[in-house]
Design a protein around this ligand. Structure first.
Ligand code: NAG
Ligand code: NAG
Ligand code: NAG
Ligand code: NAG
Ligand code: NAG
Ligand code: NAG
Ligand code: NAG
Ligand code: NAG
Ligand code: NAG
Ligand code: NAG
Length: 819
């Protein structure tokens, strides 16, 4: 699939990113363009990106766990003290206390064994340098602590190999933390040290990081210390932040049983920190390095040991790095950029594409109950579907049908085992629902594109349909973590404010944005029904998908524009006093709660009415009519003016998902060039390769996938094959799809001058015509199946801002529907 990079290219890159080349092992021909640290700053735009050692979709995401705000464990600022190396993490999520971070191993340097620090506070240290001295590439990570210990990490799906190089003349000593995950949520567990075998097993049950606090998950690890040499001293330890710091070298087993009170009351959790300290005889290697191997699982300690032994049978660090890197090369090779691509765009592209394969976490074979014995794939960290349905999964559909099939099956397995599709599986349990039950468009996107291949992939689409239909029709006991707030939506066509549901409960917030998202979910389910030849069901769902309109108050005004979504009473009147500016970047009241809080009283989730009033991805033509409902003049004009005002006035919030689609809406009024200009501005204003180079949380690569689409010059309508045609940032690319074959994209007249925030006069930034196998198909949209049927795709570029779509207007449910 790929050719190894030439030595010359590797050297150039190594100096640019300060990438180490380990005994001949370095990044490959595509991974050399990946900066694993983009999006890892804590200050200035925390992207919460995971940077460490991981394989694609790795459940083991091994990195340095730091003390302060660090949802992914690692942040680049070295002022945040390091607690140790933890094998479990998520990437890009926003949970304030962090997710996972369990089982830290910290290398400590101390003279007498009894003086070695063990508790989190005393043992924590800075890294050398100002925060930019950590290095790595896909498959490898390295950092050096101020105690002089260099840490290097390599990993497999569920295990890691860690190399700790101690300063000359010191005794290698490791603290193995058992209880302290990132949010300090340990409830109970067991620890067992088999000292003669030099193997330690740690089990714990911890609380989830984003969801009802009664949900908890088990985690298991198996540590093999036999590669580090012989043990000279060891002890178990336990302490707290009130001064307790006790050691017991007579113990090899410790059970902290579940205490009923501890399970019920989070405030009852005793702040016990516990684990083991192990010191080794000076290593025989001259450079003072020791190796530690460990495995993890959510199933059992035995499974954790098996993973370790199966996945890392020999302690060959460089080979493990090379194997991991080769897996990344394979994934990145699914989109190969043409030779004339600029170096910067190439780096931006592969850095982003890399992250789209980091999550979710493949825990197949390692699932906790009720999935332990499932025959289906199991992925953790679907965190959250509201973030990823727009761009991540449609991108996966473009390049990686087998992976996507497994993930779609994982969603359906949620329905098989727990009765519902998970919207936000976090730490293996149900998390809070965000916008709606947004697993529906994800599973739908897969079926719409791959129904013909389902049988070959071993999937039963009738069963998939049953799960989807259930999710959009059934009434959950609590809509906070599964399904929909269904009753008034079905009765009235919107989620009424001040309405008392019977037999179902949950937070009574986010009414308007839920209404819009449910309508889109109905469209998604309708597309599946149509694909499966259930025309009547499809028709009814498409009809219901038009109820998004019921959320618009035609008399609500802002900046001279009218028709904005707002909360609505059961009698049809709107809640007075709504301000469409609330919760937008222009909202000056910092007390407004805009997220999952029960005090979010705006009817909208993580966004403003200005933004969500532009949300109807399946019916933009209808939306334009709604927004211009009082216009006798040209509704297209009104819409275009409103869109420009939205961006110019500052309502656009680049760092959150509801804004993803907005810059492309100009396509729907025949102004594709305006979309191109807007996307250029977004790419250059809000994305770059620095550690603060993302406008918001990466959210399981939601941001990364958005950027990939922008660079490719396409934008997807989820749950449909439709893609809007934008302006590629490179002269061409090839897409390799294992099931559908290869597509070659050429950009005729590609103009480097068009790569600018503001497209200069005379630059060929705009699409004149898109041609599929030489046949012109307008300039606004292309269908997924058309693209793969074509093999030869040509964007013909021009410097003229050509108007209209040449008869290929983007689709809308109320204007003829989708193919
Ligand atoms: C950190 O990295 C910079 C740039 O590569 C280097 O000049 C500096 O010496 C490093 N600092 C330490 C303490 O290693
Ligand atoms: C935790 O580990 C011990 C080994 O030390 C094992 O005997 C025990 O069954 C494990 N606990 C669970 C819940 O699996
Ligand atoms: C340390 O030396 C051992 C062999 O003695 C070698 O395998 C290892 O790669 C070296 N570590 C580093 C960090 O150079
Ligand atoms: C880039 O150029 C090389 C050498 O001419 C050629 O082998 C390769 O196929 C080209 N790659 C692409 C993606 O066009
Ligand atoms: C997930 O892991 C299972 C078990 O190792 C493997 O069969 C499957 O291919 C993996 N899926 C992905 C997408 O990596
Ligand atoms: C739906 O009908 C079409 C046309 O008759 C057929 O080609 C297709 O296989 C059918 N699909 C399913 C899932 O039954
Ligand atoms: C728009 O028309 C509706 C009735 O069709 C009316 O209630 C509303 O006040 C009008 N809004 C504006 C801004 O004129
Ligand atoms: C700001 O918002 C809070 C919470 O909604 C509200 O109580 C307060 O009155 C608002 N302040 C101003 C100045 O509007
Ligand atoms: C509005 O734009 C759409 C999409 O380009 C087009 O089909 C329609 O004819 C336009 N309407 C008017 C009145 O110009
Ligand atoms: C990089 O992107 C971030 C996030 O949007 C932005 O704040 C920052 O100014 C950019 N930096 C550069 C050097 O362009």
């Amino acid at each position: 699939m790929y050719k190894p990079g030439s030595a010359a290219a590797l050297c150039a890159v190594a100096s640019f990113l300060a990438i180490p080349v380990l005994g001949g092992v370095g990044p490959g021909s595509l991974t050399q363009y990946v900066n694993i640290f983009t999006g890892t700053a804590q200050n200035d735009n925390p992207g919460n990106v995971f940077a460490g050692a991981a394989v694609p979709f790795g459940m083991a995401k091994v990195t340095l766990q730091v003390a302060g705000y660090s949802p992914a464990g690692y942040v680049s600022e070295s002022t945040e003290l390091a607690r140790g190396i933890s094998p479990l993490h998520d990437s890009g999520t926003g949970s304030s206390e962090g997710s996972y971070g369990n089982f830290c191993i910290m290398p400590v340097v101390c003279a007498g064994f009894s003086q070695c620090p063990a508790l989190e506070g005393p043992r924590s240290l800075r890294r050398v340098g100002d925060g930019n001295n950590d290095t790595g590439f896909p498959g490898y990570f390295s950092t050096t602590l101020v105690n002089g210990v260099q840490i290097e990490l390599a990993s497999t799906q569920a295990a890691s190999l860690e190399r700790y190089t101690f300063p000359a003349g010191t005794m290698p000593t490791l603290v193995l933390d058992w209880t302290d995950d990132s949010p300090h949520s340990f409830l109970f567990g067991q620890m067992h040290a088999d000292w003669p075998a030099q193997r330690i097993i740690m089990n714990g049950t911890f609380r989830s990081s984003f969801g009802p606090s009664q949900f908890s998950y088990p985690a298991f690890q198996c540590v093999d210390l036999s590669l580090a040499g012989s043990i000279s001293d060891r002890t178990l330890f336990g302490g707290n932040t009130n001064g307790m710091d006790a050691r017991r070298d007579d113990l090899d087993f410790w059970d902290l049983p579940p205490v009923a009170e501890r399970l019920r009351r989070p405030d009852f959790i005793q702040p016990l920190q516990a684990g083991a300290i192990v010191r080794f005889s000076p290593p025989s290697s001259e450079n003072g390095s020791i190796l530690v191997r460990r495995g993890v699982s959510y199933t059992s300690a035995q499974r954790a040991c098996e993973n370790m032994e199966r996945e890392i049978p020999a302690p060959d660090f460089d080979k493990l790095v090379a194997d991991s890197n080769a897996q990344w090369e394979d994934k990145l090779g699914r989109i190969v950029l043409a030779n004339g691509t600029s170096d910067y765009i190439r780096r931006l592209f592969y850095t982003s594409l890399y992250r789209t394969f980091l999550s979710p976490n493949n825990a197949t074979g390692n699932a906790p109950p009720p999935y332990t014995d499932t025959e289906h794939p199991y992925f953790d960290g679907l965190y959250c579907s509201w973030d990823t349905y727009r761009t991540l999964f449609p991108l996966m559909a473009l390049t990686s049908p087998r992976e996507m099939a497994q993930i779609a099956d994982t969603y359906v397995d949620g329905w098989r085992r727990e009765g519902w599709l998970p919207e936000c599986r976090a730490n293996n349990v149900l998390g809070w629902t965000q916008g709606a039950n947004n697993a529906v468009p994800i599973v739908a996107d897969f079926i719409v594109k791959y129904a013909d291949h389902a049988a070959d992939l071993g999937l039963d689409l009738n069963e998939f349909w049953e799960a989807l239909e259930h999710d959009v029709e059934a009434v959950p006991a609590n809509w906070d973590y599964t399904g929909r707030r269904q009753e008034s939506y079905k009765k009235l066509g919107y989620i009424a404010y001040n309405y008392l549901e019977s037999g179902s409960t949950g937070q009574r917030t986010r009414e308007a944005s839920r209404g819009l998202e449910y309508a889109f979910g109905d469209f998604a389910a309708g597309m599946v029904a149509e694909t499966l030849n259930k025309s009547d069901v499809a028709k009814a769902l498409f009809q219901r998908s038009l109820t998004y309109r019921h959320n618009f108050d035609p008399s609500l005004k802002s900046d001279g524009y009218s028709s904005f979504v707002a909360r609505r009473f059961p009698d049809g009147t709107f809640v007075p006093g709504s301000n469409p500016v609330d919760c937008s970047p222009l909202d000056t009241n910092s007390s407004h709660e805009c997220s999952t809080q029960s005090t979010n009283t705006f009817g909208i989730y993580e966004s403003s009415s200005w933004e969500y009033s532009l949300y109807a991805p399946h019916d933009v033509a209808g939306l334009i009519a709604v927004l211009g409902s009082n216009d006798t003049a040209n509704k297209n004009e009104t819409f275009a003016k409103r869109l420009h005002h939205f961006f110019d006035a500052g309502y656009y919030l680049p760092g959150n998902e509801p804004s993803f689609q907005t810059p492309t809406l100009f396509h729907h009024v025949g102004r594709p060039a305006d979309s191109v200009r807007q996307v250029r501005r977004i790419v250059y204003d809000h994305f770059n390769l620095t550690r603060g180079g993302l406008p918001g949380n990466d959210d399981n690569a939601a941001m990364a996938s958005l950027l990939v689409w922008h660079l490719l010059g396409l934008y997807p309508v989820p749950a449909s094959g439709e893609m809007l045609v934008l302006s590629p940032f490179m002269p061409g690319y090839e897409i390799h799809n294992e099931l559908l074959g290869d597509v070659r994209v050429r950009v005729t007249g590609f103009d480097l001058r068009s790569l600018a925030r503001d497209v200069p006069q005379g630059a060929r930034a705009f699409v004149d015509t898109l041609k599929l196998d030489g046949v012109a198909v307008g300039r606004c949209r292309v269908d997924f199946s058309q693209l793969f049927a074509a093999r030869d795709v040509e964007f013909v570029m021009t410097d003229v801002e050509v108007g209209g779509c040449d008869g290929q207007e983007p689709s809308s449910v109320s204007a003829g529907g989708f193919v």
